[in-house]
Each structure stands twice: as C-alpha cells, then as structure tokens.
Ligand binder design. Structure first.
Ligand code: TNX
Length: 521
C-alpha cells in the first residue's frame, strides 16, 4: 500500500529546513563521524571549515582537525567552478529557479551548494564560501539534535546517506530586529544572528532608531545616544551600540554570510532624535522622550537646513560603518508630515545615501513619492492591493515582501498569547507558510521580488526568550518561503520537519512557541 504520509513523517528523508531544491536518500552511503574524522578544506574554505569545527567539537568531543590535504574520512569542503552545482541540479532534474538579474546586492548563484555522502566522507561543494556555509547548515541539520550541545554527549554522529542539490529561490532572505522599542544587548543580537544562520537567512535588518530610542552612536551628534538612547517602551533604561559594538555585530554577521542592513527611520519615528536635538524640531522647542507605543506623531522638518546636515552626518557615519550595499531610510507612517515635506526629505535622503555609495531601501510608503532608480521598496501592507508598489515594480524597482499579516514576527499566533500585537491579525505557523512572495501583489512577479523579510518589532518583547517565542517556529517557516522553490513546499512535510526541529531548539536553549498546529514530540 502507498503510504500517504510525507517522506519526512515516514522518516525516509531527513528534516531539513528550508527544504532543499533536490534531495534523495542514497542507501548504504551514510557517514559516521568518529575519532579519526577530519575536515578537509580547499584553499579559501578554511574560514567555513573552522566555523564547522567549532560547531562540531563541543558536542562530539572529537578534535576535527582542519586540513587542506586530501581528505581522510570525515567532511570535505570543496570550492568548485561556478555552475558546477547548477549543472548537477539540472542532471538531477531539479527545479531551476529563475535568475535574478540586474541591480546590486546578492545573487542566488553564490549560495548554491551540493552535499553528498559516500560511506566515509560527506562532501559539500559550492562555488563560493557562502555556498559552503549554507551547505554546512544543512549538514548540521542532518546530524542528531544533540550535536547542538555545548558539552560532550553520546553519538553516534551519523549523517544519513543523501544526495542534495540546493540553491535559494530569492537572493534576499531577511529578518528584522527592532532594537529601538526595546534595546537588546550585543550578546542577544549575536544569538539572533546564529538562529537566523541555521535557516540560511542572509540579511539582518536592524531597526536602529525610533520614537522610543536612538541605538547607534553617531560621533558628530553625540546627544543622539547620550540622551536619545536613554529610554524605551515602558520606561526602561534603553541603551545603544557604540560604533565598535556595531562593527563587531557586522563582522559577527558577515562570518555567517549575513549582511547587516541598518535602518535610520525618517521623517517620522524620530522623537528620540528630536528630544536629543531641539534644533531639529519645527519650532526649536524641546520635546520629551517617549516610552509609549503610538506611532505617527514625530517628524523632521523639511524647511529646516539642520535636517539635511543631520542626514548627511548620520548617513555618512552609518555608511562608513556598514560594508553591505543597503541603507534603510524608513519612510513609514509619517502621519505628521505633509506630502510636500515628505517628498522633499525622502528625495534628499535617497540622494545622500546614494552619494555614500549605498542603495536605499524604504518602507513602501516611499513609493508614493519620487524614487531614485535603484531604491528598493519594502512592502508591509495587510491587503493585496498596493498600486504604488506595483507601479514602482513596473518601473524597475525591486521589492522586498514583508506583508504584515503573514511575515510580522511580532503578531500574536492566537488570541490571548502572552506576547505580541494583533493589529495585522493573528499569524499561526501555517498562515506564515501559506502564501507566495511572487504574485501576492498581483503585478509584482518573480523577477520584481528581491526577496522576503520577517520583521520582529519589539513593543512587547523585552528579553531574548521573548524574541525566541515570537521568532520560533515562524522564522524557520518564513526562511523556507524565501529559499525553497514554490512547488517543493508542502505544509504536511514542513509540519513534520518543524516537529523534528523542536528537540534541536530545546538543545540550543530556544524558548519556542509550542503552536498547536504542530505535533511536537
Ligand atoms: C508598524 S511596519 C510599524 C512599526 C510598528 C509595527 C508593530 C512599519 C513599517 N511600521 O512602527 O512597530 O507596526 O507591529
């Protein structure tokens, strides 16, 4: 009889999230990593090899020496000519995702990899270290959950016999953390980066400024942090990142092939800056700091020359600290800014950002005004109609899809949840899965979509455990929406794979939300 259950439920295929483009079980080729296991790395792959060794050593208690000499039994990381993995994917009859063309930023080819077992060696091949790194996350998920322990545990450390070919569907797979409504220390952000990396997320958007606090040191405007950082929602102490701490986070993310996208939100969401510098207000009168959660009351002033000095200085410093191609300039919910003021300030802000060699990203309201050619539009609406976004896509602007009713990690799962808001609705795990980024807005099709981002606003989240509960399991779900081909996605399969990841999250200390839609073990 046919077994109608998914392959993962039947235990035939391993529980990899996001589901790879192509994965086949290959009997008799499993690899058990034992005392003699080495990590053989091609020149240029040593950074990823050391990262992998760092993952494996604590739980296995094995030495995993990294070498560039030909492999013994264990793991091999191979850098192969570009196209190799793709040719393989064609030969396996896997779905070829459409090419991303033009523009700056990431390309999907750079993250393709393949992973094969041959009985004694697990070989990961890719054209770039980024591809190897994505493959390493797959390897990690092929090993027992206990591999995530930070102290030696029981093996055996067996990788099932598989052949995997994989590449992302979208070049941009992001997660956003709001460190403005509540401030999160460096260690919490590092942990968030590690969690995102496990699911092949490649952009971390940091929402660094808002009405409730300014979180990045700006040397030329020191009161932004000496005063403007000292508040947060609910009246807590707030906080900020020094430039060195921010640089550290950028490097920490880069070591995981994650690009930091800093956001300086304007012209609204600026109360913290206005409180720090009364010269930026419309009437020059100081405003108090703000610890509530209303939006849409603050605004920079278009006719104040200090506004543009401020934007030049801030974007100049942020650009200098940020190696990635994007600077996010907000643009959302400017309810206390006239159309003319908005257009004037956003036009100048885009010019300034481009002057520093960066590509602007703005929340989708920015598409109601003039857009510079490279500007990326981030859709966050709750309806499937956004004529100005469709029009911008038609003029060649790339779109990041963050529909609030599907991707907002700060929405409650169900009524009565301890954490979260619900203005965009309730988002259960299968809701977050049951949509497609291409065509969600009719007229915004595959080639317009740069990717998918899941924002985690922090009005109700104050601790790392709160972030865990809102992000898990929805972050892995949305990572699959951004990575996996449309027709490889299947809720019954994902449901089983999420359940299989529960013990891994327990081992990692991730306080995930035990959604009733998943049969947790
Ligand atoms: C809307 S989404 C906002 C944020 C809030 C969030 C809460 C967007 C661009 N603006 O200011 O934090 O809702 O869910």
């Amino acid at each position: 009889m046919d077994d109608a259950r998914s392959p993962e439920t039947r235990g035939v295929l391993p529980a990899v999230i996001p589901v790879p483009v192509g994965m086949a079980a290959v009997a008799g080729t499993e690899v058990t990593l034992g005392a003699g296991a080495v990590i053989a790395a091609d020149p240029g792959a040593d950074g990823v090899a050391e990262y992998l060794a760092g993952l494996l050593r604590p739980a296995t208690g094995l030495p995993f020496p990294v070498s560039t000499t030909p492999p013994g039994p264990g793991i091999a990381l191979r850098l192969v000519a570009a196209g190799g993995a793709e040719a393989q994917s064609r030969s396996l009859g896997a779905q070829a995702a459409p090419m991303v063309t033009g523009g700056v930023g990431p390309t999907v080819e750079g993250e393709a990899y393949e992973l094969v077992t041959d009985g004694s060696v697990v070989t990961i091949s890719a054209a770039t270290p980024a591809g190897l790194f994505r493959g390493v996350q797959t390897l990690r998920q092929l090993l027992p959950a206990t591999v995530e322990r930070r102290s030696p545990g029981e093996g055996p450390w067996t990788v099932p016999g598989v052949r995997i070919v994989d590449r992302p569907r979208f070049a941009y797979r992001g997660v956003m953390l709001d460190v403005a409504r509540h401030f999160f220390p460096v260690a919490t952000v590092e942990r968030f980066i590690d969690q995102a990396a496990l699911y092949k997320v490649n952009h971390l958007h940091l929402h660094l400024t808002d009405d409730q606090g300014w979180r990045l040191e700006i040397a030329s405007w020191p009161r932004l942090t000496s005063y403007g950082a000292g508040s947060e929602v609910g009246g807590g102490p707030g906080g900020f990142y020094t430039q060195d701490e921010y640089r550290h986070l950028v490097e920490y993310a880069a070591a995981r092939f994650i690009t930091v996208v800093p956001e300086i939100d304007l012209p609204g969401h600026t109360n913290a800056a206005l409180a720090a510098y009364p010269e930026l207000t419309r009437d020059g009168v100081a405003v108090p700091r703000y610890t509530g959660i209303e939006v849409g009351f603050s605004s920079l002033a278009a006719d104040n020359p200090r506004t543009y000095r401020f934007l030049e200085d801030v974007f100049g410093e942020v650009a200098a600290l940020t190696p990635g191609p994007y600077l996010h300039l907000g643009g959302d919910e400017a309810k206390n800014t006239s159309r003319g003021e908005y257009d004037t300030m956003l036009a100048r802000a885009q010019q300034i950002v481009r002057g520093y060699g960066k590509t602007p990203i703005g929340w989708h309201e920015i598409a109601e005004g003039p857009l510079d050619p490279p500007t990326v539009v981030q859709f966050w609406g709750t309806s499937r109609e956004a004529p100005e976004v469709v029009a911008a896509a038609g003029r060649g602007h790339r779109v990041i899809m963050s529909p609030a009713s599907l991707t907002y990690l700060d929405m409650q799962y169900v009524p009565g949840d301890r954490l979260g808001l619900n203005w965009a609705g309730f988002i259960e795990v299968d809701d977050a899965y049951g949509w497609d980024p291409a065509g969600h807005l009719p007229g915004v099709t595959e080639e317009h979509v740069l990717g998918v981002e899941s924002p985690l606003w922090s009005e109700t989240a104050t601790t790392g455990a709160d972030l865990d509960e809102l992000a898990f399991p929805r972050l892995p779900v949305l990572a699959e929406v951004g990575w996996s081909p449309r027709d490889a996605r299947d809720w019954a399969s994902l449901r089983a794979r999420l359940a299989a990841h529960g013990p891994r999250w327990d081992t990692l200390g991730i306080a995930y939300y035990r959604s009733e839609r998943v049969a947790w073990p």
